[in-house]
Design a binder for this molecule. Structure first.
Ligand SMILES: Cc1cc2nc3c(=O)[nH]c(=O)nc-3n(C[C@H](O)[C@H](O)[C@H](O)COP(=O)(O)O)c2cc1C
Length: 212
């Protein structure tokens, strides 16, 4: 099987919002898809180890924030690599509450409030179907961020929990210059690292970078 064929599938980038007894929680996903239109429904595929998954199984309600090309990469860094079990991930992420659930307010294209109608076990992940009960326009006209844009322009990567994870070695083309990889989020920097360098995705210092 040529797994690279799967890389031709396209995705957007989203923040899923859930509530942990009133505390804002959630994570970054690329696996939101609209599946019906008459009574609109979406799916989202979440790793069983994610805290977001655990909370969503319990509460049955979630928000989707549609990230745009103008969304700060640090928002993706804050929500896409650490777990809400250990940290308050929304601490530095601008958001508002909709029915007690966080919706990101960082140049998003729009948001939705969804109620879970079914959950399918797909092995490492659970596939949630959510009925869209409300939808609201965002604050930007910028195009929605695609997974490809995130990889190619923002130069971000995805952790192992992402269903479309490819493995570090497969994410970038070979280059003449040295490449340094962030030990936390996998961001790759081409060329030597300046003294005061910080990861543009997750804000980690240069010390956490290793040469590829
Ligand atoms: C670009 C990107 C895409 C991701 N897509 C998914 C996804 O579709 N499903 C998923 O379960 N995790 C995905 N993740 C990983 C979760 O965001 C990550 O594991 C997060 O730390 C989970 O946090 P939690 O434990 O607070 O739920 C993605 C991360 C990134 C950066």
């Amino acid at each position: 099987m040529d797994k690279r064929v799967l890389w031709k599938l396209s995705y957007g980038l989203y923040a899923i919002g859930v509530s942990d007894q009133g505390r804002a929680c959630g994570c970054i996903v690329n696996t939101v898809m609209q599946v019906t239109s008459d009574s609109p429904a979406v799916t989202v595929c979440l790793n069983k180890n994610n805290y977001t998954t655990q909370l969503l199984q319990k509460t049955g309600v979630f928000t989707v924030s549609i990230l745009s090309e103008k969304t700060n990469p640090e928002t993706i860094g804050a929500l896409g690599f650490a777990s809400g079990r250990d940290t308050h991930k929304f601490m530095d992420v601008p958001f508002r509450l909709v029915e007690g659930l966080p919706v990101v307010e960082d140049a998003v294209c729009g948001g939705m409030l969804c109620r879970v109608t079914s959950i399918t076990d797909v092995g490492t992940h659970l596939l949630f179907v959510g009925k869209v009960v409300d939808a609201f326009a965002g604050e930007t006209d910028a195009p929605p961020m695609t997974y490809e844009y995130y990889h190619k322009v923002v130069k971000g990567s995805a952790p192992k929990n992402a269903p479309t994870y490819r493995g570090q070695e497969e994410q970038t083309a070979p280059s003449e210059e040295p490449v340094y990889v962030c030990g936390v989020c996998g961001y790759e920097h081409q060329g030597e690292l300046p003294e005061d360098f910080k990861c543009p995705i997750c804000r980690q210092p240069r010390e956490v970078f290793r040469k590829k």
